[in-house]
Design a protein around this ligand. Structure first.
Ligand code: ATP
Ligand code: MG
Length: 405
């Protein structure tokens, strides 16, 4: 079936009274961004729906992109025909031939925004229903929960038919909640946390700490490629890489082993807070999940959180690992995340970090390092890249790859 248009229905945002206009405008912009590579596609946001006019573009490709745009409840590919009963019948017949299997029930559901059109909704429902029945005597009309609902929309610029409703990603349009800073490692949890934040309308900037020469180019590339996976939900994302080796070396030389992890995390957090202040971030997101590893205890959170009062949001905090993995597989980050390129945390991880670090001791040991100087030098080394949906960064050469692994 060659569809001519896709009708997009809104989710939660339809209930958001005064913000409604902003939401619709933002969603329209996000849809445009995600369909940017299709030259002929037009996007028309309206109060109740957004219409995506295909102008000959392959509908299945457009549909795949739309599935990742937050704020869409569902959408329907539609066929536009001339405003005559014959044209409607011909198109309806073609659609039912594709979809109506023996034993299935159906109904016709007509809406008419063009009140000047000579056939009203009841007549259309009845006549078109009768016409379909004549061609499919084995099938029945059913008003409540039919297998197929054929929707007919009579508008001023044509009549539109659709029989499929495809689920969208739900959530709120990215950007409507403001900007957040995502602490993105190369692991399984933080990409999932980033996705969940974006789903609630947060425009996420990815902050990644790396420690050359202790961490490899591939580890950095992996974090970038993960960002590309998340960019599919936003059009593009900013990737902020922060050099962390000097900080880690200094902490290792000067602080007791049990507190290395806690103090490192405090330094990471301070850096993210600085970046948030500079770039208009309103909150920090991370992939911590309570009790998952020894370091993720509430005592540990207390000792780390001590350096800022900016909100830290932990979208996966209460999830089981299996639940997180399920989402990671859905959003296609899992396979990348499990590639064994060690990130800075793994390399400087002490054999036995304190699972219940003491806040006073943490502050005390931290005085042994030059916090300000270390932060300033790390910030001076920050590099920022704009990453597009599905952009690739890992070395794809199989031999090189095998060696790196
Ligand atoms: P993940 O699977 O996200 O790596 P994890 O279970 O390995 O999480 P930790 O290593 O304790 O947990 O890290 C906790 C959180 O700290 C991560 O989810 C991430 O938000 C942040 N984090 C850790 N390492 C980095 C890094 N190199 N760059 C940016 N953020 C990091
Ligand atoms: Mg990790």
């Amino acid at each position: 079936m060659e569809y001519t248009e896709i009708m997009v229905r809104y989710g939660e945002l339809s209930t958001k009274g005064k913000n409604r206009k902003d939401f619709i405008a933002r969603l329209g912009g996000n849809i445009r961004k995600s369909l940017r590579s299709f030259e002929n596609v037009e996007v028309h946001p309206n109060r109740d729906r957004t219409h995506v006019v295909l102008n000959g573009t392959d509908s299945s490709k457009v549909i795949n992109r739309l599935k990742k745009v937050f704020g869409i409840q569902n959408f329907s590919p539609m066929l536009k025909v001339e405003k005559t009963m014959e044209a409607v019948q011909k198109a309806a017949l073609e659609m039912m031939q594709e979809q109506l299997k023996p034993g299935m029930t159906f109904k016709i559901n007509t809406r008419r925004s063009d009140k000047d059109f000579s056939i009203n909704t009841d007549t259309m429902n009845r006549e078109l229903g009768g016409f379909i029945l004549d061609h499919f005597p084995e099938n029945d009309v059913k008003m409540k929960n039919p297998d197929i609902t054929l929707r007919v929309e009579i508008r001023s610029n044509g009549i539109f038919l659709t029989s499929a409703v495809i689920n969208g990603a739900g959530g709120l349009p990215v950007g409507t909640a403001g900007k957040g800073m995502m602490m993105l490692s190369g692991g399984i949890d933080s990409p999932v946390a980033g996705y969940l934040g974006m789903k609630r309308g947060v425009e996420m900037e990815m902050v990644h700490f790396f420690s050359p020469p202790y961490t490899s180019e591939q580890a950095l590339a992996k974090a970038k490629e993960l960002s590309g996976k998340l960019a599919a939900y936003a059009g593009s994302v900013q990737f902020i890489q922060v050099p962390f080796a000097e900080i880690q070396e200094t902490i290792k030389e000067n602080c007791p082993e049990g507190y290395l992890m806690t103090i490192q995390r405090r330094m990471m957090l301070r850096l993210v807070v600085e970046l948030a202040k500079k770039r208009g971030g309103l909150a920090i997101f991370n992939g911590e999940s309570l009790g998952q590893v020894a370091s993720q205890t509430m005592e540990s959170m207390l000792a780390i959180n001590d350096v800022t009062n900016m909100p830290i949001i932990r979208p996966v905090v209460s999830m089981d690992k299996n639940e997180i993995i399920d989402i990671a597989k859905d959003i296609d980050t899992y396979d990348l995340s499990i590639m064994p390129f060690e990130d800075c945390c793994t390399i400087f991880a002490p054999p036995s970090p304190k699972t219940r670090p003491d806040l006073e001791k943490t502050r005390y040991y931290e005085q042994r390092i030059d916090v300000e100087g270390l932060l300033n030098r790390a910030l001076a080394g920050v590099e920022i890249t704009n990453i597009h949906a599905e952009e690739q960064f890992m070395n794809q050469d199989e031999e090189v790859f095998a060696e790196l692994l």
